[in-house]
Design a protein around this ligand. Structure first.
Ligand code: PLZ
Length: 447
């Protein structure tokens, strides 16, 4: 919807109409399905969400990394309307639809590496992760799946098993899928190997590789699944050399290297895929979130000979590659190219990092400021010397922000990271305004 790109508050947050809906929600929807901001949307467009009370909030969360091209992007809406006019569904297993094939072709073309590729489509990030594991097991004839500390890969059984954090994601939901091995991830601000930020990459790679070589055994490992930058885990950028060393080990031992690009992909970091910053070509690339511009669609892209070796009927699902979602995704990819959103992501990153860097000078609770393209975060600490995480401050900052009409999210294993994921189409003035509100929120949350 065409909504003025302005922050406007006409009631407190939440307003009376949102409060009514909150009551209905409490009675009808389990609290386990959590929410961050206590308002209900009435309409949205670009980087603004208008709530049911008429407040307009600046969206620095992009519907959890889904709206790289903005909310209700005109091209996406047009593609959806045109597609819905023709047909809404076929199920690829019944009669096929061209948008599925066209989207597979586009993903094959933009995924890193120039060998022939193929793509299968699914609906959500978790479902695509599940499929990547199936492909890797089929290809290698091995069962082991290696993942990392702080990882988030989804909430279905295998994806949940790959996810690191027990509370809230796994508590009470076991037993989990077997043959999952978890290794340290390079976290320069809190190096698990006790190394300096500069040495964290090689030090953690050495530990992880030692574990794979001597404990698990490379011959038992089908794949390593890794986020090029941790998403839910706190926007942690691994130290230099970490991912290249892991990738090399995979190559040597016929282990598939799977890049989970669900949060980092589709332009978020200033490249199509986060892994490109490492100069690496993964075997499998998993996409979701921003791919569909708000419609549920996900993909697994990999070498044609690996993807096509699986028997007929081995992969699929009723809704995978639904024509509406594919039409939206094609419009998203067009828009990123047409509007130069990869370089916009870099520009947004520079702006935000500059501003957050100033916050570090002003607020003692800001321990670390980091970012890759338009994926930027501050990690809050109770004490800069001990780096003790300050989860309470982070919660207060989030609340202070939405009360002032700015949507930001938390992240991190220690719940102490404020992450920013603005739409890549955001106007610079609006981003600046959002960052000023964050600045004030930090004062209020930790005076
Ligand atoms: N892989 C890297 O970030 C989803 C989760 C929100 P789905 N991240 C947001 C929540 O609390 O459930 C995610 C991710 C990475 C996989 C997934 C899973 O994607 O589309 O949510 O299944």
């Amino acid at each position: 919807m065409d909504i003025p790109q302005e922050r406007v508050l006409v009631t407190g947050i939440p307003g009376p109409r949102s409060r009514e809906l909150l009551d209905r929600r409490r009675a009808a929807v389990p609290r386990a399905v959590f929410n961050t901001v206590p308002v209900f949307a009435r309409a949205a467009g670009g980087s603004i969400v208008e709530d049911v009370d008429g407040n307009r909030l600046i969206d620095l969360a992009a519907g959890l990394a889904v709206l790289n091209t903005g909310n209700a992007a005109p091209g996406v809406v047009r593609a959806l309307t045109e597609q819905a006019d023709l047909y809404t569904h076929t199920c690829f297993h019944v009669t096929m639809n061209e948008p599925y094939v066209a989207l597979a072709e586009r993903l094959n073309a933009i995924a890193p590496g120039d060998r022939p590729k193929m793509t299968m489509l699914a609906n959500s990030g978790a479902e695509a992760v599940e499929n990547a594991v199936k492909v890797a097991r089929y290809h290698t004839g091995r069962a082991g799946v290696v993942v990392f500390d702080h990882a988030f890969h989804g909430r279905t059984l295998m994806a949940m098993s790959l996810t690191a954090k027990v509370t809230p994601y796994k508590k009470g939901f076991g037993p989990f899928a077997p043959e999952v091995y978890r290794l340290p991830y390079s976290y320069p601000y809190r190096c698990p190997a006790g190394a300096s930020a500069e040495e964290c990459g090689p030090a953690c790679a050495e530990r992880a590789i030692d574990e794979m070589r001597h404990h698990i055994g490379p011959e038992a490992i089908a794949c390593v699944v890794v986020e090029p930058v941790l998403g839910e885990g706190g926007f942690v950028i691994p130290g230099e050399g970490f991912l290249p060393a892991i990738r090399e080990f995979c190559e040597e031992h016929g282990i598939l290297f799977v890049a989970d690009e669900v949060q980092t992909g589709i332009g978020r970091t200033g490249r199509w895929f986060g892994i490109e910053h490492e100069g690496l070509v993964p075997d499998l690339v998993v996409t979701a979130k921003s791919l569909g511009g708000g419609l549920p669609v996900s993909g697994v892209t990999g070498p044609a000979e690996v993807m096509d070796a699986i028997h007929v009927g081995g992969l699929g699902g009723t809704f995978g590659g639904n024509p509406l979602a594919c039409a939206a995704a094609l419009a998203v990819l067009d828009q990123i190219e047409r509007e130069g959103l990869l370089s916009r992501a870099e520009r947004i990153g520079e702006l935000a990092m500059g501003r957050l860097g100033e916050l570090k000078d002003r607020h003692g609770s800001v321990g670390d400021v980091r970012g890759r393209g338009a994926m930027v975060a501050v990690e809050l600490v109770a004490d800069r010397a001990t780096r003790e995480p300050a989860a309470g401050i982070a919660s207060r900052v989030i609340e202070e922000c939405y009360r002032e009409g700015v949507i930001v999210l938390k992240a991190g294993t220690y719940d102490n990271v404020i992450r920013l994921l603005p739409p890549l189409t955001i106007e610079e003035g609006l981003l600046e305004e959002g960052l000023s509100v964050l600045d004030k929120a930090l004062y209020r949350a930790a005076p």
